[in-house]
Design a protein around this ligand. Structure first.
Ligand code: ZN
Length: 467
């Protein structure tokens, strides 16, 4: 039996032993790191958000002591490590999480031109171009593969991560356009009885077949020995069976007047409601045909252009605006201005006028702000098939003449043994000319002149160009 004191000592030794054992036991437990969610996959450009972790040793929470290190670059494809470390008793304990950054976005393909195109049945589609851009690889245009199918073209491309894009361009093989026939020198022609008709020429162009002028079939009922109005038709059919027909009106005038005794009355700047109707009444009464170089006035005066045409006068072109600064600023400006009035007259009469008079005449000096423009325009209008007319008898009715007597005298003193092209005006309020016209006609008739309207066959009267 032990003494009481011995028992105590023994118990103490046991306690110390157990404590020591526990200390050794606990100190041998290593820290544990636990990662939530394990390895992670990210898309390019995403941000890495730590999913969470926990660290402990025995029951002691060591989370706050975890050191984290990573080299993640989410703008670059690759596999990255996140290292979680705890130091304990000079020893490092680690866990690793792998983060993979992937490109999962396919490249884009952008087509130049339309996604549905119409192509002539006899033609191949001419590639209009395309572009491919990838978010990671950049420009992949050169790697686009095209596959031509019957009704579409397939464009495909893969980026370096294997993401694939494919789009289509649809092709319709159709010819929706009829050919266009252009009649040179316009669609009106006139000649004197017994003269021969000289075809001014024509051209047929088709969007698919090109120049098919040789396929044009010309038909005509023209009899140059009989006064009247005839039609020459031009018809052409393209390879898609689309047909276009144009016609030229041919007027066979009466006998050719004796040379040198012709008066061409010309009226510029109209029509006007105050002058033109009465002027037309007088011309009708006197059975005289004249030429009107019209401007683009309001559509309320269109009926006068129609009346001029219907009553057998020549409707010719002066211009749309008569604004010198504008029309003589460039060749384009001039022809734009001219085409406005030309289209307007054609829509009213059905005839495309090719006879013109330059505002101010070809000899004008008002265009000198643009040096040389008249030298260019006089050549260009000829090249485009226009006939331009100045005048060789001035009436002064837009200048120094203030009374019907002055207008009358200016005209008759300048008439001669020639083609007399008389410049007058039917602008609004020009009563002096209206009141002189009957006397001028009477004078002409009494002195052996015939009155004619200007046609494409009339010899052109040109001034000397001064700019
Ligand atoms: Zn004028």
């Amino acid at each position: 039996m032990m003494e009481k004191e011995e028992k105590w000592l023994f118990a103490l030794a046991i306690i110390l032993l157990i404590t020591d054992f526990l200390i050794v036991l606990v100190s041998n437990i290593i820290p544990q790191i636990t990662l939530k969610d394990g390895n992670i996959i990210l898309n390019l450009g995403d941000t890495f958000e730590e999913p969470g972790y926990y660290a402990s040793r025995a029951y002691y929470d060591m989370t706050k002591q975890v050191l984290i290190e990573d080299n993640i670059n989410t703008n670059k494809i690759g596999s990255y490590k996140v290292t979680y470390t705890i130091y304990y008793q000079g020893q490092a304990y680690q866990k690793i999480r792998y983060v993979t950054v992937l490109d999962q976005t396919p490249p884009t393909i952008t087509l130049k031109g339309n996604t549905t195109v119409t192509v002539c049945p006899n033609k191949k589609y001419q590639e209009e171009g395309y572009e491919s851009i990838d978010n990671y690889d950049g420009d992949l245009t050169k790697e686009v593969e095209t596959e031509i199918n019957k009704d579409f073209i397939q464009y495909s491309v893969k980026d370096h991560s294997g993401n694939f894009t494919s789009i289509k361009r649809f092709i319709k093989y159709e010819d929706n356009e009829a050919p266009i026939i252009t009649l040179h020198e316009g669609n009106a022609y006139s000649l004197y009885i017994g003269e021969s008709y000289k075809e001014p020429g024509f051209q047929a162009i088709d969007n698919c077949d090109g120049d098919i002028t040789k396929k044009v079939i010309v038909n005509s009922n023209l009899d140059t020995n009989k006064k009247g109005t005839y039609e020459i038709t031009y018809e052409v059919t393209d390879s898609s069976s689309k047909t276009t027909k144009e016609s030229r009106k041919v007027v066979v005038l009466g006998p050719k007047p004796a040379n040198g005794k012709v008066i061409y009355l010309t009226f510029d700047d109209g029509p006007s409601s105050s002058i033109t109707p009465e002027l037309l009444d007088i011309l009708k009464e006197e059975n005289v045909k004249a030429t009107f170089f019209v401007l683009n006035h309001g559509s309320n005066l269109d009926y006068l252009i129609k009346r001029e045409y219907d009553e057998g006068h020549t409707v010719a072109l002066h211009g749309s605006s008569h604004n010198y600064k504008q029309i003589y600023s460039s060749t384009d400006a001039f022809f734009n201005d001219l085409s406005i009035i030309q289209n307007k007259v054609e829509s009213i009469t059905g005839e495309k006028p090719m006879i013109i008079r330059f505002p101010g005449g070809s000899s004008n000096t008002v265009s000198r702000f643009n040096p040389g423009i008249m030298s260019i325009l006089t050549k260009e209008v000829n090249m485009k098939g226009y006939h331009y007319f100045d005048w060789n008898v001035g009436s002064g009715d837009a200048g120094e003449a203030h009374t019907p007597d002055e207008v009358y005298n200016n005209v008759i003193k300048n008439l001669g043994n020639k083609n007399n092209v008389v410049l007058m005006h039917d602008y609004a309020g020009n009563y002096k000319t209206l009141n002189a016209i009957k006397r001028i006609i009477r004078y002409g008739k009494n002195n052996g002149y015939t009155f004619e309207r200007i046609t494409m066959n009339t010899p052109e009267i040109h001034h000397r160009v001064a700019n």
